[in-house]
Design a protein around this ligand. Structure first.
Ligand code: FBP
Length: 305
């Protein structure tokens, strides 16, 4: 349990907590800078233009004004889902960290007033095309009824919630997943699911798991992580062999957090964190959450059940 003389955990701010994780001052600074930037993203989400930006990203997808605005707010030595290539801020290629982030995942949900989030993966050095297991930290910021920030630097998973002074203070420590869960979040069009995936869904429903899917990766993972039980999946589809979600910007950061909490994340065959990225825009099918549920998915997908 986090303890600091004369302070309850709710009074422990993010910078103090990071410092006590015995990580480099530069990593503390980087995570605090991203947390600081999120305060402007909140404002953009709450009051920003909901229209389209009139531009498109690397994937030819129409960008929302909020995608472009939140991306501009977040830039450092990064690769962003909204950008064509790695943008190097410093002239020193040996820059300490590289960051892959999705500035506003699920941005189209703001239009219907649902929760969205920023996802961030942090690597040592300037090579982003490394397996996710090489990350030195990851985090997400959830813009929901409350604003929360969840991070790990490889020493457990911690939740901070924004208080009335717009400071992040500690609300949950050392978050742990249970072996099996009772909720499931299935992404994509079900009629495009494989037979193995259909069997997995029927298995989950037969054991009493409830459907919980908002269409936003960050709120859906946050529900599974905070309840410590459940499984999220965005499988391969009949017309999309790699599903939809992106390895660098979405899957690696979440897989790092879920594994740190004792859960599991695979593409149905190997751990997400062991996939060697071939490019910035690589996608992968994903099963992420409670260990027993994710292992069961692999059994159904590989016809062992
Ligand atoms: P974007 O990268 O376009 O934001 O899409 C990501 C996302 O919205 C995730 O947040 C979510 O899990 C998924 O796509 C929903 O996809 P679908 O509507 O196909 O189930």
């Amino acid at each position: 349990m986090y303890s600091q003389p004369g302070k309850t955990k709710f009074q422990v701010d993010l910078r103090q907590h990071l410092r006590d994780q015995n990580i480099s001052g530069n990593l503390v600074h980087l995570i605090c800078e991203i947390a600081e930037a999120s305060k402007y993203v909140i404002n953009a989400v709450r009051t920003g233009d909901l229209g389209v930006a009139g531009t498109s990203n690397l994937y030819g997808e129409e960008q929302l004004a909020l995608d472009v605005l939140s991306d501009r707010i977040m830039r450092c030595n990064i690769a962003s889902e909204e950008m064509e290539e790695i943008f190097q801020v410093t002239s020193n290629p040996q820059g300490m960290f590289s960051v892959a982030y999705d500035p506003l995942d699920g941005s189209s949900l703001v239009d219907v007033n649902l929760a969205v989030g920023t996802i961030v993966g942090i690597y040592q050095g300037n090579d982003l095309l490394q397996p996710g297991r090489k990350m030195v930290g990851s985090m997400y910021i959830l813009y929901g009824p409350r604003v929360s920030l969840v991070y790990s630097v490889g020493k457990g998973v911690y939740e901070f919630t924004m208080n009335q002074l717009m400071e992040y203070t500690l609300t949950r420590e050392n978050i742990q997943m249970q072996p099996s869960g009772d909720i499931y979040s299935p992404g994509g069009l079900r009629k495009k699911y494989s037979e193995g995936n259909e069997k997995f869904i029927r298995y989950l429903e037969a054991k009493g798991s409830k459907l919980r899917y908002s269409g936003g990766f960050v709120p859906d993972i946050n529900q599974i992580l905070m309840k410590g039980k459940g499984v999220f999946m965005y499988p391969a589809l009949s017309d999309a062999a790699n599903g939809k979600l992106r390895l660098l910007f979405e899957l690696n950061p979440m897989a790092f957090l879920i594994e740190q909490a004792g859960g599991m994340a695979t593409n149905g065959e190997i751990p997400i964190l062991d996939i060697l990225p071939e490019g910035l825009d690589q996608r992968a099918p994903v099963y992420i959450g409670c260990r027993n549920d994710v292992e069961k998915a692999a059994e159904f997908l590989n016809g062992m059940d």
